[in-house]
Design a protein around this ligand. Structure first.
Ligand SMILES: [Zn+2]
Length: 231
């Protein structure tokens, strides 16, 4: 697993021409995944530096509230920063400025997910994938979040999922609302003749289209999900 934390007590510090390193001494103790707050801080930091290629589907069931609060990306960020303990649902009128559906289909990367055993990224145009390193594992892939290359709101605010860590996660429902089909239906189409043209046409249909993107901030997980897309 790539989030294992090691705690070394009484380490030996070595210096090789200005480069420092740590090794074990006779007094050292090595603890694997210690239950200390510092270990959690480290795991969060590593997760920010090396975000996984995709997030597991959220179990939170989303229902549209009676009062729908229109916001911009900037206002959502300000609201979350002001009250980080409060759940927020924001309706953001935006256009998809870059769509990578066709490119990802051609590169066999329409779906992705970290391997359920070793966390290595798995890509494909199929829903179920097996990791080369873990032959006994079977991972269910989800739509590649890079399909959404960039979103621009009415205030000119821009949110891009391609650069650096993803700043939001995307639910299955949001993808189905935007693309008009479920992941299973797309996977069934992916092997057929003429599908590439269909992906190209779908991409051209949804790009630059003004839609309402519905975002939800979950305080318990400190993350933001694109939960639905409304026409
Ligand atoms: Zn694996």
């Amino acid at each position: 697993m790539n989030n294992t934390v090691l705690l070394i007590t009484s380490p030996r510090l070595l210096n090789h021409g200005g480069r420092s390193s740590i090794s074990l001494s006779s007094k050292s103790q090595l603890l694997l995944d210690p239950f200390i707050p510092q270990a959690n801080i480290l795991r969060k930091r590593i997760a920010r530096l090396n975000p996984p290629c995709n997030a597991p589907s959220t179990n939170t069931i989303f229902q549209h509230p009676k009062v729908r609060q229109q916001m911009t990306f900037c206002q959502l960020l300000e609201t979350v920063c002001t009250a980080p303990e409060k759940k927020q649902i924001a309706y953001i009128s935006a256009i998809l400025t870059k769509c990578n559906l066709y490119d990802l289909f051609q590169r066999q990367q329409l779906f992705c997910m970290p391997c359920s055993s070793c966390m290595s990224p798995l890509y494909g145009n199929i829903i179920h994938a097996k990791c080369v390193q873990c032959p006994n594992s079977d991972t269910t892939l989800r739509f590649n979040p890079q399909i959404l290359g960039g979103l621009g709101d009415e205030a000119g605010g821009f949110s891009c999922t391609r650069t650096s860590p993803h700043n939001f996660k995307i639910s299955n429902r949001a993808f189905q609302s935007l693309l008009g089909r479920s992941a299973e239906q797309f996977a069934a189409l992916a092997g057929r003749e003429g599908t590439a043209l269909m992906f190209k046409q779908l991409e051209q249909r949804i790009i630059w289209l003004r839609l309402t993107y519905v975002f939800m901030y979950r305080p318990e997980a400190e993350d933001v999900w694109l939960v639905d897309v409304l026409g």
